[in-house]
Design a protein around this ligand. Structure first.
Ligand SMILES: *Cc1c(COP(=O)(O)O)cnc(C)c1O
Length: 404
């Protein structure tokens, strides 16, 4: 096959991405291979998407089987895999109803629209959405406006009104802001793109009780934290707080696009016939893969192994830091881990991603100063150790300046 490169990308693709300079052609487990047959350890998993690594045999088998059976019906007709998936998701969580979409942004779009409709049915002035600085909820115009990075939503004309942004983990600011006009509060239990910042249990408990007092819906965006990423099926299960609406995507299809919004019967009743829809949402091909993902991930032994690999990753990163003194914080939960660079490092996280890539390890950034590690949940010890070795080798060439 003809060698393609970044030059071709720049020639034919819209310029809104800045990808690495080599083309990835295949993957297996926690490794991927580029066109020159270099093998990379994957600590990125396609941004917390490939939760079972690349080309997991069970997922490949499922997709081949379903692709010989039924690809698409639209929502005018019912298909089997989507009902099975809705059954699995409701049995495994607080939810009683599921709406299917194709991405995280679409799942959040559905969540926000549902919350608005539910509140407007009671009081047409109850429209305010509370969200948090550095939160990320996707790139549709509603979700990106709700997200806490104005630079992502500026420059596209008038934004949807009725959205208020507050500092994350600030209970006092929240108590002051919430009112009878608040329709919903949306947050990530761990801010992913915002730097792998965990919500404190006190913050979440306070939000839950004030939402109840003001009859506002609590939406957990678990697009990144869901499907076993934190060591439980969903992060809320470890945090002592149950949301009213939960969104899930990324890992749900193990690399196949699918998203979902989970909620209760009472809230779902706001979505009467015709109020919302998606042509591809509930697609049998996507749903069949997600069924297999869930049947593997939602298992006590599997989730225990995520916690074990998490401990090894934290330990490895802390050992690297003991030797290199390059991070001032290593934080996160399960296999969603952020390592923030000390001030004296002049390189950005993006620079380090590039250096790691040339040393054959895939990582991502979470903000300008934080490296993010979100390997496949089933990463084996050998890949974990090899990745940490290559990471240390890369970081050992970085020399932070110290003004002590
Ligand atoms: C990735 C992400 C989204 C957006 O998902 P897309 O599939 O890119 O639309 C939304 N919320 C969170 C927390 C995410 O990490």
């Amino acid at each position: 096959m003809k060698q393609i490169s970044r030059v071709d990308f720049d020639e034919f693709h819209t310029p809104n991405y800045c990808p690495q300079n080599k083309v990835i052609v295949s993957g297996r487990g926690s490794y991927v291979i580029d066109q020159d047959e270099n093998e990379y350890v994957d600590f990125a998993a396609g941004i917390a998407v490939n939760c079972l690594g690349h080309c997991h045999p069970e997922l490949t088998k499922t997709i081949i089987k379903q692709s010989n059976k039924l690809w698409h019906t639209s929502n005018i007709f019912i298909n089997e895999p989507v009902l099975e998936l809705a059954r699995q998701l409701t049995e495994a969580t607080f939810a009683e109803k599921v709406f299917f979409a194709n991405s995280g942004a679409e799942a959040n779009e559905a969540a926000l629209k549902t919350a608005r409709r539910y509140a407007c049915n009671q009081d047409s002035n109850k429209t305010e959405i509370i969200a948090f600085h550095k939160g990320f909820h996707g790139r549709t115009f509603f979700t990106v406006s709700v997200g806490g990075k104005p630079e992502y939503s500026d420059g596209f004309g008038p934004k949807p009104p009725g959205i208020k942004h507050l500092p994350f983990n600030d209970i006092t600011a929240f108590e002051t802001a919430i009112s009878e006009r608040t329709c919903a509060v949306i947050l990530e239990p761990i801010q992913g793109e915002g730097g792998v910042v965990c919500a404190t249990k006190e913050f979440l408990a306070s939000i839950r009780s004030l939402c109840d007092r003001h009859n506002a819906l609590l939406i957990f965006d678990e697009v990144q934290t869901g499907v076993g990423r934190t060591g439980s099926l969903y992060a809320y299960m470890q945090l002592g707080v149950v949301p009213d609406i939960l969104t899930t995507a990324k890992g749900l299809g193990g690399g196949f696009p699918i998203g979902a919004m989970l909620t209760t019967d009472a809230i779902a009743s706001a979505l009467t016939v015709g109020t919302h829809a998606s042509t591809f949402g509930g697609n049998p091909l996507a749903a069949s893969v997600a069924n297999t993902v869930l049947s593997i991930v939602n298992n006590t032994n599997f989730l225990t192994s995520v916690k074990e690999q998490s401990e090894k990753l934290f330990l490895g990163l802390n050992e690297i830091n003991d030797r290199l003194d390059i991070f001032n914080d290593i934080r996160g939960m399960g296999l969603l881990v952020g390592a923030e660079l000390v001030e004296g490092v002049s390189e950005t996280a993006q620079d380090l991603i590039r250096y790691c890539f040339s040393n054959h390890i895939l990582i991502t950034a979470a903000g300008p100063r934080t490296l993010r590690f979100c390997p496949p949940l089933n990463i084996e010890d050998k890949a974990l150790e090899e990745g940490l070795k290559r990471l240390e080798h890369t970081l050992s060439n970085i020399k932070p300046t110290r003004n002590t």
